[in-house]
Design a protein around this ligand. Sequence first.
Ligand code: MEV
Length: 310
Amino acid sequence: MKASAPGKIILFGEHAAVYGRPALAVPVTQVHADVEVLDSARAGIWINAPGVDLHAELNSLPGNHPIAAGIHGLFQLCGISQPCALEVTILSSIPVASGLGSGAAVSVALVRALALHIGHTLTDQQVNELVFDIERLHHGTPSGIDNTVITYAKPVFFIKGRPIETFKVGKPFTVVIAGTGIPAPTKESVADVRRLWMQDKEKVEKIFDEIGQISMSARRVIENGKPESLGELMDKNHQLLQELTVSSPDLDHLVQAARRAGAVGAKMSGGGRGGNMIALVEKEKAESVENALVSAGAKGTIVTVIESSK
Ligand code: MEV
């Protein structure tokens, strides 16, 4: 049985989302994680993930390994006590630690493919909760935004702990995603923001409030079909992320290159420090902004159109 899950980008509100402020995220279907589960001729559960050079039997992995945790979590949920004889193949085109949600996408595809294989039907909510538990193992204190947008594969207006809320897209808009090529684990930037918050809660809470306001305005603007007004909000959000110390010289450099090339606005996206940035562009400028980003040193670009969800 096979299952697939998309990547994601955060449009607005990363980091503040961990502290209960609203954030907007959308799936990115150009990249995805694909998992296939087959019966095996040999005993045990064999995991093949060539992208991360992992070829191992389940019981040889530490219990908190995200893939092992996904399999154990699913078995527990379905009331299955091993032993099974399975071959699990994991392929992903989502760059690791890039802000595109590679970990959550692998987990979502993994638990869905396994559930299908053992004939167990999972609701989206069950998948989301299970993957959130796995995210906690490697992200420390995640808000849950990555697993939510990837599980439901829809634009999400996210507030931690609240039921999933999608948003309408009044008029489609185009975003260029560009990678710094620098892997940056979200866990570290989230932990650094926590340290900053511990040092000066009043100041950092104010930054989170401003980011939350930007997410609310952005939702209104998107729903009202005026995406051109998002540029200014992106620029402001980037500045606030700089204040949270999660941007980096490489991200700032790409953000400036995109603006110089005619992007309507640009910001880093996701955990920061490395990973990806996003630029809002008029459709006809997508190619020239993409080229400018590559000339400025971007490692990998994706052009994605944010359309209304059904
Ligand atoms: C990571 O994609 C987004 C962060 O806000 C962390 C989180 O919300 O869990 C940086």
